[in-house]
Write a protein that binds this ligand. Structure first.
Ligand code: ZN
Length: 75
């Protein structure tokens, strides 16, 4: 089993593209559930972590910038 590495702010590709035709989602919240936002239409969805991992195809871009990492996540 391969473990997928992802973090807040990453742009990820899902197995199924969003209905709008874009297949790039940004991780905008991480917790028990993960909130991802479509880069194309800005629509966001909340998915359970397990479901997210099963639907995740790959991480396209990692937001490893120090400034972005310091951002606080509001619960
Ligand atoms: Zn979309």
């Amino acid at each position: 089993m391969e473990r997928k590495q992802y973090q807040l702010g990453d742009i990820v590709q899902m197995k199924k593209p969003h209905p709008c035709g874009t297949n790039e989602m940004e991780i905008i919240r991480m917790g028990m559930d993960i909130r991802i936002k479509c880069v194309g239409c800005k629509h966001s969805v909340l998915v359970p972590r397990t479901k997210f991992e099963s639907k995740l195809k790959k991480v396209l871009r990692s937001s490893a910038e120090p400034d972005a990492a310091k951002e606080k996540i509001g619960e």
